[in-house]
Design a protein around this ligand. Structure first.
Ligand code: ADE
Ligand code: ZN
Length: 338
């Protein structure tokens, strides 16, 4: 094992940007398709890997929504989440804040309760058996209308105690945050925190809208912020966390290669960035692979990677005493390696 990988493996990390449906790997996809008698268009793992060649976000989303059709019963959502948590445990991920997309399932006739109970029961077991703390974030699909998001919010209210925040994902360009300002206002009134994908493919204006209209605590992706100096100054001043997903950005052609990624520049500009895996089953790597390829591709130091891991906890919805414990451990490890 390289010294970089050894360091990353030992490093305590939080994952703040993970779509649970995006952790559905080929093996579990085949198992669930068989168990639920759902037809999928792939016949082998090789075929799946060949299909996972995307030119942009929409290309990926079409395949991602089709893949989710194998998830039918509460046990399926449990197994999906448990699979992910076992990987987290092996990678020394200590805390996760994961997204789920209820509309992807309720629009196929799956009950909201089936989805959330399966995911939440696995997360609770992950906390007690694997020691991984968690928060759950419910995303609205931005290619659908605000009325559908309102209906989803309504459906979520009996499960409010299980959901920390609402988010916004799916096809970004042409669906600005402003389209969802009313449902986010209502979500805030109901006591949810808010986050939103912005500045992945969309322009910096979408990040301004997410901050001003949706009152977000974090920006998911946000890599296009660097195109706007005033925006960078605001993000730095208000210490708004950006949940960056390096391998996702390469797979979806936001950057051509890792050496072209702007994460090093974001860090140098004083932004609070974390590294995350987004949809690891589709983008070629879970959290440690994202850390490793970023560190190697951009020649980042142990201190810089340590700072990013610290931002992953500082940007989380954990209480400050828990955050401080994780930060101390990271400092200790960075000292050991530097
Ligand atoms: N849904 C799942 N992954 C996504 C991404 N990277 N951007 C927007 N929506 C998503
Ligand atoms: Zn995402």
């Amino acid at each position: 094992m390289s010294r970089n990988l050894e360091f990353i493996q030992e490093l305590p990390k939080a994952e703040l940007h993970l779509h649970i449906e995006g952790s559905l790997g080929p093996e579990l996809m085949f198992t669930l398709a068989k168990r639920n008698k759902v037809e999928i268009k792939f016949t082998s793992v090789e075929e799946i890997h060949l299909a996972y060649n995307f030119s942009n976000l929409q290309d990926f989303l079409d395949i991602y929504y089709a893949g989710a059709s194998v998830l039918i019963n509460e046990q399926d959502f449990y197994d999906l989440t448990w699979d992910y948590l076992e990987k987290c445990s092996r990678e020394n991920v200590k805390h996760v804040e994961i997204f789920f997309d209820p509309q992807t399932h309720t629009d196929r006739g799956i009950a909201f309760k089936t989805v959330i109970d399966g995911i939440h029961n696995a997360l609770s077991d992950g906390e007690s058996k694997l020691g991984i703390s968690f928060k759950l974030i419910m995303c609205f699909l931005r290619h659908l209308d605000e009325e559908s998001a309102f209906k989803t919010l309504e459906e979520s209210l009996p499960f409010k105690d299980k959901i920390a925040a609402v988010g916004l994902d799916s096809s970004e360009v042409g669906h600005p945050p402003s389209k969802f300002k009313n449902v986010f206002r209502k979500s805030l009134e109901e006591g949810f925190l808010t986050v939103a994908h912005a500045g992945e493919e969309g322009p910096p204006e979408y990040i301004w809208e997410a901050l001003d209209l949706l009152k977000v605590s974090r920006i998911d992706h946000g890599v296009r912020a660097l195109e706007d100096d005033k925006l960078v100054a605001r993000l730095v001043k208000e210490q708004i966390p950006l949940t960056v997903c390096p391998l996702s950005n390469i797979k979806l052609c936001v950057f051509k290669e890792m050496k072209d990624h702007n994460i090093g520049e974001l860090l140098k500009n004083g932004l609070s960035i974390s590294i995350n895996s987004d949809d690891p089953a589709y983008f070629g790597g879970y959290l440690n692979q994202n850390y490793l390829e970023t560190m190697n591709g951009l020649n980042l130091t142990f201190e810089e990677i340590g700072a990013i891991a610290k931002f992953s906890f500082k940007g989380s919805f954990l209480t400050s005493d828990l955050i401080d414990n994780h930060l101390k451990e990271i400092d200790h490890l960075v000292n050991k390696y530097s």
